[in-house]
Design a protein around this ligand. Structure first.
Ligand SMILES: Nc1ncnc2c1ncn2[C@@H]1O[C@H](COP(=O)(O)OP(=O)(O)OP(=O)(O)O)[C@@H](O)[C@H]1O
Length: 262
């Protein structure tokens, strides 16, 4: 179980940012800071998949980076199994498998060498690494390219390798930032099946997406962020009910419009 409560994160604005800013001012911007995330809360229990939704710039990646411990929140708490990982980031790093938008592979190493390297960093034994690699290479259909250098991979191969890297240590919670963006249909299906497998094993999975067909296929729960604030957190059924539509795109837009009209 992972529980996120009252997260906040602001970024100091640089001179360049202020000087170049010709767009409409975002209400989250003040004189010196951009308040990227101002109040985000949600939870995801064992065996549940939570879809994190929101328009571009809403604060999804910032939220997921705080959960991954890459960014320290200004306020709020993130509990995994009762432990606040903001106070104990080492526990957080062991407990979470995080797939970010930017690649985390060493270009000169092969795919297999990369995954083995990250497994070693997690302190796994030789035997555990070997059997976990075989398992992941099967599940993510990677055998045909495990001996290729990471710098020579296609987008889909790279994403599969990044997912394998993120989950090699059997994390208690898996967090994926837009895992299917830019992938072809076959690779997307492999990633969707992989997430279903994690759910079947009881691992909570949080993933951000703009594809509501994936939400329909995978999610038990949905959280919506708009302009840095949570505006919905509930089951998929509640999402349709509150959004007044069985069609998820429409329900999403209704939730955003209703909340911004308040
Ligand atoms: N380091 C930073 N410094 C200043 N502003 C930042 C920084 N990181 C993010 N932001 C701003 O915070 C806001 C939220 O960004 P974030 O990447 O979390 O949005 P998102 O919901 O993931 O968007 P998308 O769907 O487009 O990926 C954006 O306006 C972004 O420009």
């Amino acid at each position: 179980m992972i529980e996120v409560s009252g997260l906040k994160k602001k970024f100091k604005l640089t001179k360049d940012h202020k000087k170049n800013k010709l767009d409409k001012i975002d209400p989250r911007e003040d004189k010196d800071y951009f308040h990227s995330v101002t109040d985000v809360s949600f939870y995801c229990a064992q065996g549940e998949v939570l879809g994190l939704l929101g328009p571009n710039g809403a604060g999804k990646t910032t939220t997921l980076r705080m959960i991954s411990t890459a960014l320290k929140p200004d306020a709020g708490s993130i509990h995994i199994g009762g432990e606040n990982i903001i106070k104990n980031p080492l526990f957080g790093r062991k407990s979470i498998g995080f797939l970010s938008g930017s690649t985390g592979l060493y270009g000169r190493l092969t795919v297999k060498e990369n995954i083995e390297y990250f497994a070693k960093l997690h302190g796994m034994s030789k035997a555990a690494i070997s059997s976990r690699c075989d398992e992941l290479f099967d599940l993510l259909d990677m055998h045909s390219f495990i001996d290729k250098r990471a710098e020579n991979l296609s987008t889909g191969m790279k994403q599969k390798a990044n997912i394998a890297r993120a989950v090699v240590h059997h994390p208690a919670v898996v967090v994926l930032d837009e895992p299917t963006t830019g992938l072809d249909i076959m690779t997307t299906q492999t990633v969707i099946n992989f997430i279903k497998g994690l759910k079947a094993q009881g691992t909570p999975v949080i993933f951000s997406t703009h594809h509501l067909d994936e939400v329909a296929l995978l999610c038990d729960r949905v959280a919506v962020i708009n302009e840095g604030k949570s505006c919905f957190d509930g089951s998929l059924e509640e999402f349709k009910e509150v959004g007044k539509s069985d069609e998820l795109n429409q329900a999403f837009m209704n939730i955003l419009t209703e909340k911004s009209d308040v």
